[in-house]
Ligand binder design. Structure first.
Ligand code: ATP
Length: 219
């Protein structure tokens, strides 16, 4: 039988907190790549920021609330359950094991994260496990620094069809229809100042944040 290989996406981040920039991108990237499932995977505690800290469990709860019943998108807590440092490569190894060799596995990152890619742990191993899709993000130039040109080499492809010809190893840049200039930093700053964050994140996430007094300094 000639079945179509499963298409799986991984969107990692701190999601501190999850916002509509993440969630709208998740839906649009899933549509563009025709993903069967997109795993949104919170990373363990981000470095101290001099702001009130929200626990990994709370970030996961907000992410789960934010995703709600969105079809084909799941909150995946595997990095939070891992002991010691958590690297994307380890997550990709697990997803590859779970979905098998022929699955099209795609790691999705925003352009700001892509700019730091050359510094990632075992970055070359990523390409032996997954494709990389880079999504444009307002406020970030889309020109590539030399280190990234070198890293990506001839892996770049021009279309989703070309990307999906094999299980891993290609790189595609995508401009999604709704680019949103929303960042978690902006949301945290507004919350700390007691300002409204309505329409920047899902209502259920806003309600939970306010109910638990998250991201707010309690002097
Ligand atoms: P912070 O402001 O705390 O750095 P963030 O808003 O950038 O957070 P992350 O959790 O770091 O959110 O992002 C997870 C992933 O989602 C990254 O690959 C990032 O580039 C991407 N991303 C975040 N916000 C947007 C957005 N508004 N549009 C497109 N991609 C985004």
């Amino acid at each position: 039988m000639n079945s179509t290989p499963t298409r799986i996406g991984m969107l990692g981040g701190t999601f501190d907190p999850v916002h509509l920039g993440h969630l709208r991108s998740a839906i649009e990237v899933r549509e563009a790549l025709k993903l069967d499932c997109l795993h949104m995977i919170p990373a363990p505690q981000p470095p101290l920021r001099g702001m009130p800290q929200v626990s990994p469990a709370q970030r996961l709860e907000l992410l789960t609330l934010g995703i709600g019943d969105t079809p084909g998108v799941v909150a995946d807590d595997r990095e939070l359950r891992r002991e010691g440092p958590s690297y994307s490569v380890d997550t990709l190894v697990e997803l590859r094991q779970a979905y098998g060799d022929s699955a099209r596995l795609v790691m999705i990152i925003g352009f700001d994260a892509f700019l730091r890619l050359a510094k990632w742990h075992n970055v070359n191993q990523i390409f032996s496990l997954a494709h990389l899709v880079v999504i444009a993000r307002p406020g970030y130039s889309t020109s590539w620094p030399d280190a990234l040109r070198e890293l990506v080499g001839d892996r770049e492809v021009d279309s989703v069809d070309e990307l999906m010809l094999c299980p891993n190893g290609n790189v595609l840049t995508l401009a999604l229809p709704s680019m949103m200039a929303i960042s978690a930093t902006y949301i945290r700053e507004r919350l700390q100042q007691g300002k409204s964050v309505r329409y920047l994140l899902p209502e259920a996430v806003e309600e939970a944040i306010l109910q638990h007094g998250l991201y707010h300094s309690h002097e």
